[in-house]
Structure formats: structure tokens, C-alpha cells
Design a protein around this ligand. Structure first.
Ligand SMILES: Cc1cc2nc3c(=O)[nH]c(=O)nc-3n(C[C@H](O)[C@H](O)[C@H](O)COP(=O)(O)OP(=O)(O)OC[C@H]3O[C@@H](n4cnc5c(N)ncnc54)[C@H](O)[C@@H]3O)c2cc1C
Length: 303
């Protein structure tokens, strides 16, 4: 029996309600719609199941692959011989206290922003159109339209690499551009507290709608993707550099540099992870050769 078989056995015994899937294709769990099977996947519905799954993995010497909404992930065609713990949409309890919201890692940013508007709280409008979970957004310090998670996160509860559950302040999270303390991958974000301000729900909703309309106009939301493929290089915009090199529309198999927004690689149908990686390499190589700027992937490749 493999370590993962032992883990599956233990989880079935100790957490009989926990949903486990074997050989689940990861393309169903990534917004790129690519990725082969995961050896074992747990889909906890609450924090108790999430912690139980993570503790059992630790005890078995297994480092789980944590997935939120899979909107920043590029999973290999061969899949992952790993234990995947998927927090979204299960771990999504949310509660308000004054101007703060405390929510589980698996809640979608869209749902959290809508909830904030219902409770007349402003500050999360920027996050409404980012298709990630709260946990993934904390890890990535996701941001858009001048807002970033680090501006609103005041507390994070997370399990560290030693299996201890810890309360961290926003400052402890050492947020920087698309990066945080959790980016190394050995922490599990359980929940986060965002601090907002009182606002008018109608104004908040109008702002969310305005930003969504801007996204629809500028971004190829009609195709599967993982958003911006590359990080913004210091002093430049990745999309502008890619466009300047004449790479809009460049294709490898089913993967294409979007005609609508050169910063996005899209899956036009049937793209493989290999297609996307090859296209990313071609784009990086051409941009470096022609502009001297090195593009760094924002999407996380896992295998
Ligand atoms: C159409 C589109 C538009 C986008 N627009 C934006 C944008 O405007 N701004 C922006 O910043 N991003 C954007 N993104 C990228 C993506 O939505 C964000 O990076 C988001 O924060 C990822 O969240 P997720 O839950 O999908 O994380 P995932 O993709 O599932 O995971 C991302 C990383 O976080 C880790 N992780 C996930 N959950 C946890 C957890 N609970 N504990 C520990 N580690 C965890 C994963 O292991 C992985 O390393 C866009 C993506 C798409 C598809």
C-alpha cells in the first residue's frame, strides 16, 4: 500500500463525511481547464474537515497540494501524484463583526464582496471580479484596479509547516506584489479577517458592476485562462511588451496569446498543459530577445 492509500484509509475511518476522490481530473478544478488526474483529492466542507485532512496528511509525511478555485494554477497533463486539498467552495462560512468580515479560506472573492455590500461595507469592490478563493487571494496578495488584499487583510489564521495553527496579523503576512509569507506552499490558510469601512450598498454595487464591465471589455473572459500569465515586470506592463513584440494571436496547439488582451494566454479548446508551457516559453524568449525584459510567470505550474 502506498502512503496515499494509507491516508485515504485513515481519512475514511476518522472523517467518514469527508468527500474523497481518487483519480479526479484536475482540469475540472482549474479555470484553464487543463490538468491530468490527482491521485487523491479531499473536498472539505468546513474547517474541521479541512484541518482533519491536513493533520492526517502531516502525520503520514505527505505535503498536500492546496487548491482554492484553481484560477492561478497550471496543472501538468500527467496530473499530480499527490494529495490535493480543495478548499473552495466548501470552507466558506462568513460572519460580520462591526466593520470586519471573518471568512473561511474557500469562500469566493465574488461572494465575499457581495456579502460585504449587503452588510453596507466598502473596500472589497476591487476583488469582486477576481475569480479566486479568499485563501488563494491571501497567498497571492491578489489585486486589481488599485486594490490589493494586503490593504484589507488584518488577520489570517493558518496552519504552519510544523502543523501549528497560528493567528497572524496582516503585517506578519509580509505581503508584496503577488507574494506573501504563504507563497512557499507549506502553510495552509484556514480563514482571514478583512477590515472594511461603512458604505452605501448602492454605490458599492455600482462600483462592482463598473469594474466587471471593464473586465468584460478588456479581458477574454469567454475563454478558459488563469488571468495574467506573467507578473508585471518592474517599470513595464507584460501585455504591452508582448503586444509590442507582435505576439498577439500566437498559437501552440489549443493555447493562444489572446487577441483581446496579450497578457492572457487562453485555452481556445483542447489546449494541453504542454501547449501552454511551450507558448509561455516562446513568449518569454521573444520578449527577452527583443526588449531585454525577463517575464516571470504569475501562474503556478504544478506536477
Ligand atoms: C479571468 C481571470 C482574471 C483574473 N484576474 C486577476 C486579477 O485581477 N488580479 C489578481 O491578482 N489575480 C487575478 N487572477 C488570478 C487568480 O484569480 C488569483 O491569483 C487568485 O487569488 C487565485 O485564487 P485561487 O483560489 O483560485 O487560488 P489557486 O489558483 O487555487 O491557488 C493559487 C496558489 O495559492 C495556494 N492556495 C490556494 N488556497 C490556499 C490555502 N487555503 N492555503 C494555502 N495555500 C493556498 C495554491 O497552492 C497556489 O499556490 C485572474 C484569474 C482569471 C482566471
Amino acid at each position: 500500500m502506498t502512503k496515499l492509500d494509507h491516508l485515504a484509509d485513515r481519512l475514511q475511518r476518522e472523517l467518514p463525511e469527508l468527500e474523497l476522490r481518487q483519480g479526479e481530473t484536475m482540469s475540472r478544478h482549474t479555470t484553464f481547464r487543463v490538468g491530468g488526474p490527482a491521485a487523491l483529492m479531499a473536498l472539505p466542507r468546513n474547517e474541521e474537515e479541512l484541518l482533519g485532512a491536513a493533520q492526517a496528511a502531516r502525520d503520514g509525511g505527505i505535503a498536500p497540494l492546496l487548491v482554492g478555485n484553481g484560477s492561478n494554477l497550471l496543472v501538468d497533463d500527467q496530473g499530480v501524484d499527490a494529495f490535493v486539498i480543495k478548499t473552495a467552495p466548501g470552507v466558506s462560512r462568513v460572519e460580520a463583526a462591526g466593520n470586519t468580515l471573518r471568512a473561511g479560506a474557500g469562500i469566493s472573492l465574488a461572494q465575499l464582496a457581495v456579502q460585504a455590500a449587503k452588510w453596507s461595507l466598502t473596500g472589497l469592490e476591487f476583488a469582486h471580479g477576481i475569480p479566486g478563493s479568499l485563501g488563494g487571494a491571501v497567498v497571492m496578495n491578489a489585486g486589481a484596479y488599485g486594490g490589493e488584499m494586503c490593504q484589507v487583510i488584518v488577520q489570517v489564521r493558518a496552519m504552519d509547516a510544523q502543523g501549528r495553527v497560528r493567528e497572524l496579523t496582516g503585517q506578519d503576512c509580509t505581503f508584496s506584489y503577488r507574494h506573501s509569507l504563504f507563497s512557499r506552499g507549506d502553510w495552509l490558510v484556514l480563514e482571514a479577517v478583512v477590515k472594511l469601512a461603512p458604505g452605501d450598498p448602492a454605490v458599492i454595487r455600482a462600483r462592482m458592476e463598473e469594474l466587471m464591465a471593464r473586465r468584460k471589455e478588456k479581458q477574454p473572459l469567454e475563454y478558459p485562462s488563469a488571468g495574467s500569465t506573467f507578473k508585471r515586470p518592474q517599470g513595464h506592463f507584460a501585455a504591452a511588451l508582448i503586444e509590442q513584440c507582435g505576439l498577439k494571436g500566437l498559437r501552440v496547439g489549443g493555447a493562444q496569446v489572446s487577441e483581446k488582451h496579450a497578457g492572457f494566454i487562453i485555452n481556445t479548446g483542447g489546449a494541453t498543459c504542454r501547449d501552454i508551457l511551450t507558448l509561455m516559453d516562446q513568449v518569454r524568449e521573444r520578449v527577452f530577445r527583443e526588449t531585454g525584459v525577463e517575464l516571470e510567470p504569475e501562474v503556478k505550474y504544478v506536477r
